[in-house]
Design a protein around this ligand. Structure first.
Ligand code: PLP
Length: 393
């Protein structure tokens, strides 16, 4: 039996005795690997002998990370990429061909949206968005040419939830793979593979790194599929991670459960403050007692997470004025860092979406998204409090 999550994040995939006793996985900052003989090179290329060839095809530091994420996501095999988008594109391109259709959750990350547009325009791979609210809606949205179902949950920034178990059941009957971008939850809060989904993707840039100093991606799934991606859309398109970034991720991931607990606790406190504030209208937080999908949240998420959004009473200018008053909280996109970050979806992460569609998605001009950091929650609340006071004059 495997060890607990808190132990696996520190130890899995690494055996110090194989590396001169080095406590920490060594950084193999090398592009290529030498062969002892020409015959050895021949055998490695033929797949008849295990061993490294060239770092785009595999690297020992990267391998530790890949084994570790596979175990944390309860999957068979993992793969690391140079960015979350490199992971998304390699997985989607591996699962589609011209004439296929991708069924997506109501909201997807902005650049994923851009990639889907590109796939449609250049390769005639169509896509649709669905609320996926119940069985009937899902079944009606699936087409005969649907070759992949692609989900984000909670959906950024309005925190709607997709029932992963339900989707997986419906997809399994039809043999359609379900891919989940699990970035917002990290493997600590949600494990889609356990619920029957097929592939999990992470922008490791966010919670997995946790320190705001790396851009990287990860994917986990069945060995056969991950192997194929490794030898095709990763190797040949080339979106690999650098060994140094893999090394930094191995350093960051050790504290993932400790950080996630604090992110979640802090978010709850900050939510409580905002929920009672007279200048706040609506809050979108998976931990909200009145969240319409509370049952699904309790079923598939360990905790409500560290991110939520809220609308401020007033206009776009009020929202921007409020952001400008913040001192501790930084104005930045990205999430999952030690620093609390705030952003304005209508003019930042979701600016490319036409205004009417954006409004339908609940992305009002007064909506702000907060990624609650690891600072003292009292200081975060204090900063928000003084900004509210400053804009009321
Ligand atoms: C940031 C993000 C991505 C893209 O990841 P990069 O590492 O920036 O390429 C994809 N999906 C979600 C949900 C994200 O937050």
């Amino acid at each position: 039996m495997g060890k607990k999550f808190e132990t696996e994040v520190i130890h899995n995939g690494y055996e110090s005795s194989q590396f001169e006793g080095s406590l920490v996985p060594p950084l193999f900052q090398t592009s290529t690997f030498t062969f002892a003989t020409a015959e050895q090179g021949e055998k490695r290329f033929a797949g008849e002998e295990n061993g490294y060839i060239y770092s785009r095809l595999g690297n020992p530091t990267v391998k530790v990370l890949e084994e570790r994420i596979a175990v944390l996501e309860k999957g068979e095999a993992g793969l690391a990429f140079g960015s979350g988008m490199a992971a998304v594109s390699a997985i989607l391109l591996a699962l589609t061909k011209t004439g296929d259709h991708v069924l997506c959750s109501q909201g997807v990350y902005g650049c994923t949206f851009g990639l889907l547009q590109l796939m449609k325009e250049k390769y005639h791979i169509d896509h649709d968005f669905s609320t996926m609210e119940n069985k009937e809606i899902i079944e009606n949205a699936i087409r005969t040419n649907t070759s992949v179902i692609y989900i984000e949950t909670p959906i950024n920034p309005t925190m709607q939830i997709v029932d992963l178990q339900l989707i997986a059941e419906i997809a399994k009957e039809r043999g359609i793979p379900v891919v989940v971008d699990n970035t917002f939850c990290s493997p600590y809060l949600q494990n889609p593979l356990e619920l029957g989904c097929d592939v999990v993707i992470h922008s490791a840039t966010k919670y997995i790194c946790g320190h705001g100093d790396v851009i990287a991606g990860l994917a986990v799934g069945k060995s056969e599929f991950i192997n194929t991606v490794s030898k095709t859309t990763l190797k040949d398109i080339g979106g690999i991670i650098s060994p140094f970034d893999a090394w930094l991720l191995l350093r960051g991931i050790k504290t993932l459960p400790v950080r996630m607990d604090r992110h979640c606790d802090n978010a709850e406190k900050v939510y409580q403050f905002l929920n009672e504030h007279e200048m706040v209208d609506t809050i979108y937080y998976p931990g909200d007692e009145t969240h319409p999908q509370k049952d699904i949240i309790q079923k598939q998420m360990k905790k409500p997470g560290g991110i939520f959004s809220f609308t401020i009473k007033g206009s776009k200018e009020t929202a921007q004025h409020f952001m400008n008053q913040l001192k501790l909280i930084k104005i930045a996109v990205s999430l999952g860092d030690a620093e609390t970050l705030i952003q304005h979806p209508a003019t930042m992460t979701h600016a490319v979406i036409p205004r009417d569609i954006r409004l339908q998605m609940g992305i009002d001009d007064t909506l702000l998204r907060l990624s609650v950091g690891l600072e003292s929650w009292e200081d975060i609340v204090e900063d928000l409090k003084q900004a509210f006071v400053a804009i009321s004059y």
